[in-house]
Ligand binder design. Structure first.
Ligand code: SF4
Ligand code: SF4
Length: 163
């Protein structure tokens, strides 16, 4: 009989501890969000898609030096340029293949002209892989949505999620 009572007490104690844990978690602040209706406020410096930055006149800062492409460990940056009348390089093409990019930020760190930044754009899923090769125009368009200074090699783009 005594043994039976001990087992009942032990079971009740276990149940009480379990209910205590459940109750504690019930009243704890929620840490999940209802994505995609809700989105986390990402910190500046989050490593999303690398994008091209422009100056105040809207001109790309990139001078086609190719240091970013050389720094990229997976060779997913393609740059084409030619020499203009002043012998300065003119950027013809700047492509980033987002299917290869591993969002390491080494390209941004390598850029001496603040012409590239890691953006907060991360919703890149697509059924057509060709759409995941971001050309100069698309990278510049996202970069022009910059709403913060460049911090930790990253920018916020603000507004709606971008493609
Ligand atoms: S973030 Fe990394 S992998 Fe992506 S383009 Fe830059 S250097 Fe290459
Ligand atoms: S390192 Fe900067 S300036 Fe040079 S090609 Fe890359 S983005 Fe352009």
């Amino acid at each position: 009989m005594l043994r039976y009572l001990r087992e009942v007490a032990s079971t009740l104690k276990g149940a009480a501890i379990g209910m205590g844990v459940t109750f504690k978690n019930m009243v704890r602040p929620t840490v999940t969000v209802q994505y995609p209706e809700e989105r986390l406020d990402l910190p500046v410096g989050f490593r999303g898609l690398p994008v091209l930055l422009s100056d105040v006149d809207g001109n790309l800062k990139c001078v086609a030096c190719e240091l970013c492409a050389k720094a990229c460990p997976v060779n997913c940056i393609e740059i084409q340029s030619h020499r203009g009348p002043s012998r300065a390089k003119v950027l013809d093409a700047f492509n980033i293949d987002a299917t290869w990019c591993m969002y390491c930020g080494l390209c941004v760190e390598a850029c001496p002209f603040d012409a590239l930044a890691m953006s907060d754009v991360y919703e890149l899923a697509d059924v057509d892989l060709a759409n995941l090769v971001y050309d100069k125009e698309r990278l510049a368009e996202i970069g022009r949505r910059q709403v913060t200074a460049t911090i930790n090699f990253g920018i916020k783009t603000g507004g709606e999620p971008t493609r």
